[in-house]
Ligand binder design. Structure first.
Ligand code: HEC
Length: 258
């Protein structure tokens, strides 16, 4: 019995040790936590927010960050921003992709179509680094999953720019951000009031833009989130009903023999 007890509490100890450690090593400031429409067991994405988020991504972030895992057709699919096919086609056509070779053996540029991947701002990593003082703007496709704190961290990071303390020296191209590791980041502040003009008329405060683009990036990192939650809900409901039936079946079966 004692052994079983030890066996049961061992994992708790291990997880405690690890959680303490990861806090110490990260030295990150606790991120802000806005209310996300997609949190909780029944959470879903807010369509309008995803659509605005796409606008923020293309107009602000796409100048530096690729999203290699996304195709323009994903913008039409269920559970995402759900743009109409015509809208998504027009959005894709704003970008050019290199195609070819043609009959003359030459590569050529053509407007992107739905089956194309999101066009990267850089030909290669070196070009991206050269344009950003040596720091490579990482691909944002699965960034929400790749950072501890996920959506909260990204949201906070986008809003975390402040005046550096007077005793801190910052190199050129390095900015002070209270949520960044070591409070320094090679990405400038981008979300100023009105940085984008939302097509749906929403007022574009920095908080609104950070919220929308983070929702969009969360969907990109987990496009099946809504389907997963729906299935989870059905499974739990099914199990509840089943337990209920089994309980009464059991009672019925043993009723006589008491
Ligand atoms: C002018 C170019 C530029 C633009 C525009 C830009 N970024 Fe960045 N971003 C960078 C660079 C450079 C880095 C790498 C920073 C570093 O390593 O210190 C970065 C890093 C990041 C990171 C990773 C931070 C981490 O924890 O490592 C995220 C997330 C991010 N950017 C999100 C965004 C979003 C969202 C937008 C649009 C609102 C955006 N960026 C616009 C240049 C840019």
């Amino acid at each position: 019995m004692k052994f079983l007890f030890k066996l049961a509490i061992f994992p708790i100890f291990v997880s405690l040790i690890f959680s303490v450690n990861s806090h110490a090593a990260g030295e990150l400031k606790e991120p802000l936590h806005p209310y996300w429409s997609f949190e909780g067991p029944l959470g879903t994405f807010e369509r309008a927010s995803l659509q605005r988020g796409y606008q923020v991504y293309t107009e602000v972030c796409a100048g530096c960050h690729s999203m290699d895992y996304l195709s323009y057709r994903n913008l039409v699919e269920d559970g995402g921003p759900e743009f109409s096919e015509a809208q998504a086609k027009a959005m894709a056509a704003q970008f050019e992709v290199k195609d070819g070779p043609n009959e003359d053996g030459e590569m050529f540029l053509r407007p992107a179509i739905l089956s194309d991947k999101f066009v990267s701002p850089w030909e290669n990593e070196q070009q991206g680094r050269a344009a950003n003082g040596g720091a490579y703007p990482p691909d944002l496709s699965v960034m929400v999953k790749a950072r501890p704190g996920g959506a909260d961290y990204l949201y906070s990071l986008l809003l975390g720019y402040e005046e550096p303390p007077s005793d801190m020296k910052l190199d050129d191209g390095v900015y002070y951000n209270i949520y960044a590791k070591g409070q320094k980041i090679a990405m400038p502040q981008l979300l100023y009031d009105g940085a984008v003009e939302y097509t749906d008329g929403t007022v574009s405060t920095p908080e609104q833009m950070a919220y929308d683009v983070t929702s969009f990036l969360t969907w990109a990192a987990e496009p099946k989130l809504e389907a997963r939650k729906r299935i989870g809900f059905k499974v739990i409901a099914y199990l509840l009903i089943l337990s209920f039936l089994l309980y009464f079946t059991n009672k019925q079966i043993w009723r006589e023999s008491r």
